[in-house]
Design a protein around this ligand. Structure first.
Ligand SMILES: C[S@@+](CC[C@H](N)C(=O)[O-])C[C@H]1O[C@@H](n2cnc3c(N)ncnc32)[C@H](O)[C@@H]1O
Length: 474
């Protein structure tokens, strides 16, 4: 078998893998996601002074980032990441290496976490992937790199094959002589690599897709032919593509049916891939329609013996919710299509009253032919995010599946010439199975407890928008 691809939350799947069964992990987790966080954020909305999810377990309680000034977002994020990193450490073979791909917002906190899990002496490298694409903020240094933290399980045993690494041109080839110039040089820990170009053959359409050249270099250097490479936040399957090219086996996990659909297209025609919890056949169906069982064991790696008798307290693999999600798409800063962004722009204090008002938000999305589409919606806030309800049948929803960019404007109901404009990206789309959010909107706008316009068959979701640029007038 060349590889296995599984749909589902990676935590219970990782817990089912045997100790030391993986040669290399490359993984690129989303920023700001995870069920813990989703639940917390919704709860926070319900009660303004809502609960905080604490940072880490007892062992890390003293880490300085747990201070009062530390945003809930990071508390939640690290609480999401920590158990997964612990499992990754456990499943790595003694000669194994972990590459954790992050960006400048969370890498420092993850470093502290990994030092605690692996040990500081297991830290091998910090790789900077530098790229240059898209707009430039006018108000700070444009952020144009991601960071990949590298940890080894055992500093005396890890695999690192420098001869297998692709070489790069010398900056001044004239100074090194023709032979050396022709051979090129080994890359350092700063890797210049363009993002996956829009419209290029490599592009799958998955918003956070990373260049295969980056993952290839990692796989070539830190695993042996035939070894097993794990990516538990697999997205479009870039790790699988690198493994196929280099003769490694792979285990890819993602909990987003859209990611599996993209992988099904990307690996169409590749025989001998085992799919778990997802039918990769023509039309790549939603898991909700599937009749095949989700299997707890991995064909490639076997299962964790401690789970074999089913007595483990660990959660079972959940049956995924139906329908596509966008919630985990915007992880690192390599969103290629966003021009002129000020990432994480704050809503100006003097205009926050508009967010509390009953004004509608006019929301523009981008249609399939590139044409803008605009209409008014009820909206609310979750912390510094703008949220609005949507049914999965609407064009706007489909637009956001394709392109998460969004622009919205809110006009002061008492003064037509005072408004706030927000540009940003859809950070995630949460299910709203009980209509809790749309009912809260009915309360805000109509003072009714239950949304009165519900149609049979409507499936509601909550679209969460991260502002990246704001402007205002009046
Ligand atoms: C940044 S993307 C990975 C992109 C990937 N490196 C690529 O090149 O396409 C992160 C992925 O993690 C997935 N994800 C988020 N939470 C997850 C979880 N708990 N279990 C499994 N996958 C998850 C998301 O669906 C998303 O596809």
């Amino acid at each position: 078998m060349v590889g296995e691809i599984r749909l589902g939350d990676n935590l219970p799947i990782l817990r089912g893998l045997p100790d030391g069964s993986v040669d290399l992990v490359y993984t690129d987790p989303p920023f700001n996601t995870g069920t813990t966080q989703r639940r917390t954020r919704l709860k926070t909305t319900a009660a303004a002074d809502g609960d905080r999810v604490g940072f880490g377990g007892r062992r890390y309680g003293t880490v300085a980032v747990g201070s009062l000034g530390f945003a809930d977002l990071f508390d939640d994020y690290l609480a999401f990441l920590e158990p997964r990193l612990r499992e990754l450490h456990r499943v790595l073979a003694p000669h194994g290496t972990l590459y954790l791909h992050l960006d400048q917002r969370e890498v420092h906190y993850a470093k502290v976490l990994l030092d605690a899990i692996f040990g500081r002496d297991r830290f091998l490298n910090e790789i900077v992937w530098a790229y240059d694409y898209g707009g430039r903020s006018q108000r700070r240094w444009p952020a144009k790199h991601d960071t990949i933290l590298v940890y080894v399980k055992d500093p005396a045993r890890y695999v690192f094959d420098r001869d297998a690494v692709d070489r790069i041109p010398y900056m001044a080839p004239g100074l090194v002589g023709p032979e050396k110039a022709a051979r090129g040089k080994l890359p350092t820990d700063v890797w210049w690599q363009t993002i996956v170009p829009t419209g290029g053959a490599e592009r799958t359409g998955y918003p956070t897709q990373k260049p295969v050249a980056i993952v290839r270099r990692i796989v070539a250097a830190s695993s042996r032919p035939g070894g097993v490479v794990l990516d538990c936040f697999a997205g479009s399957g870039t790790t699988g593509a690198a493994c196929l090219a280099l003769g490694r086996r792979f285990l890819l996990i993602d909990d987003n049916p859209q990611a599996l659909r993209v992988m099904a297209r990307r690996f169409a025609g590749v025989a001998d891939i085992a799919w778990r919890g997802f039918d990769p056949g023509p039309g790549a169906s939603d898991p909700a329609d599937a009749t095949y069982p989700l299997q707890p064991a991995s064909d490639m790696l076997g299962s964790n013996p401690s789970d074999a008798d089913g007595a483990s307290a660990r959660p079972e693999q959940p049956v995924p919710t139906a329908g596509p999600r966008e919630d985990t798409m915007s992880s690192t800063s390599t969103q290629p299509d966003i021009d002129d962004v000020e990432v994480g722009a704050e809503i100006p204090e003097g205009y926050r009253d508009l967010l509390e008002s009953k004004a509608l938000a006019h929301v523009a999305t981008i249609g399939p032919d590139g044409a803008p589409q605009n209409n008014p919606v009820w909206f609310g806030t979750q912390g510094d995010r703008i949220v609005f309800s949507q049914t999965t049948q609407r064009q706007k929803y489909r637009n956001l599946q394709r392109d998460p960019r969004i622009a919205l404007s809110i006009v002061d109901p008492t003064n037509d010439y005072r408004y706030l404009e927000i540009r940003g990206v859809v950070e995630r789309i949460d299910p709203d199975p009980d209509n809790a959010f749309i009912n809260a909107m009915a309360k805000k706008y109509l003072d009714q407890d239950v949304y009165p316009f519900h149609q049979p068959g409507d499936e509601r979701v909550v679209v969460v928008v991260r502002p990246e640029h704001t402007s205002q007038m009046g």
